[in-house]
Design a protein around this ligand. Sequence first.
Ligand SMILES: [Zn+2]
Length: 131
Amino acid sequence: MPEKVTIQEASRRLNISQDLVRRYIRDGVLKAERGGGSQGRSWMVELPQDGWVDDAKLSYMTLDKQLPTWWWPEPEKMGFVHYLESTGIEELVPVFLCGLVSENIWGAEGHLPQQRCQECVLEAQARGLSL
Ligand SMILES: [Zn+2]
């Protein structure tokens, strides 16, 4: 059974703003229902499983076009970071410039230039994309 919490608590636990929690509820990204008992008529939000936040944030960030360019294709953050071409907003499947497809992406803040996938770099340069 998923844990149900108030919007305030969901905001804290998911590390997103209460406004965003409400937006997710409205858009059906988060499940919620009017709570009973001591919570009165306030919304009770079903806490999603671990890893959900990244997916949801990713889709909204993509819509807002604020997505950074370089990402790790795996949580271990080993090997190379890749240049994100698209995330397939519907399916949330990230596709990188070199053709690599991964299940999810992990932030690559602070990565070194030599950690960049060379195929992605060459493709980006060929397309005139900023690195
Ligand atoms: Zn690549």
